[in-house]
Design a protein around this ligand. Sequence first.
Ligand SMILES: C[S@@+](CC[C@H](N)C(=O)[O-])C[C@H]1O[C@@H](n2cnc3c(N)ncnc32)[C@H](O)[C@@H]1O
Length: 249
Amino acid sequence: MSEEDLQRISDLILRRHKNVKVVALKASAVEGVFRKRRIRILKGEQRTETIHRENGCVFKLDLEKVYFNPKLASERKRVAEKVAAGECVVDMFAGVGTFSILIAKRSPESKVIAIDINPDAIFYLRENIRLNKVSNVSAIQGDVREISEKFAGVADRIIMNLPKESHIFLKDALRMLKNRGIIHFYTIESAYTEDEMRGSLSVAVQRAEQEVESGICACLSAARLRSRCECHFCEESATLRTLHFHSRL
Ligand SMILES: C[S@@+](CC[C@H](N)C(=O)[O-])C[C@H]1O[C@@H](n2cnc3c(N)ncnc32)[C@H](O)[C@@H]1O
């Protein structure tokens, strides 16, 4: 699209929608450990901080400083609805708390441990805990690989929303998971068939079995895992072709 068209469309959006204060464009792909992208402001106020409303929660965030994807709203609701009273949930890659806060709000008796390596994500996560008035989320900044030992064997449910790289962290998830816990494991389908994806998860588990020295993995044969995987396609992210597994281990 030409620069002229971009400016014309931005003007039109601002004129027609009085509630819109900033028109911005994604200026890069999501990249780096923090999974951030560059944003280019086309018209309106010069800011990238905003408030997003979703599933009855509010999320303050800076689009340039943290990862954010509004397309996963119903996926987050679907997962939150599965959480039973009293569960301990570990959100390993929590971002600004989109899964964690919804779960905490829907299930006040649950306990959510929300971890992220990006200090800006944790800053907004703490803001969002306050804005949504939830008291059952603990925000922890750091590399989950260095934190998982502290939470060994505590989680009834783990959310691994780091598609493409989740498998690298599976051994940390298994360390934190209670026996018969559930992992929501997100990955990118790309060119794989469902069976191949199940296979790649099994390989990750086999590697984890070799690496984790605790007894948690003793019961995790790849065959057992395969037989207990449920695959679910995220409808909203058809373009990203995200696939995830619920692994009842
Ligand atoms: C795809 S984003 C998901 C954020 C959030 N779950 C959401 O749906 O909005 C992945 C997040 O993982 C974090 N991350 C990446 N590597 C990490 C690590 N080793 N330990 C903890 N968090 C990490 C990034 O900073 C990023 O916020």
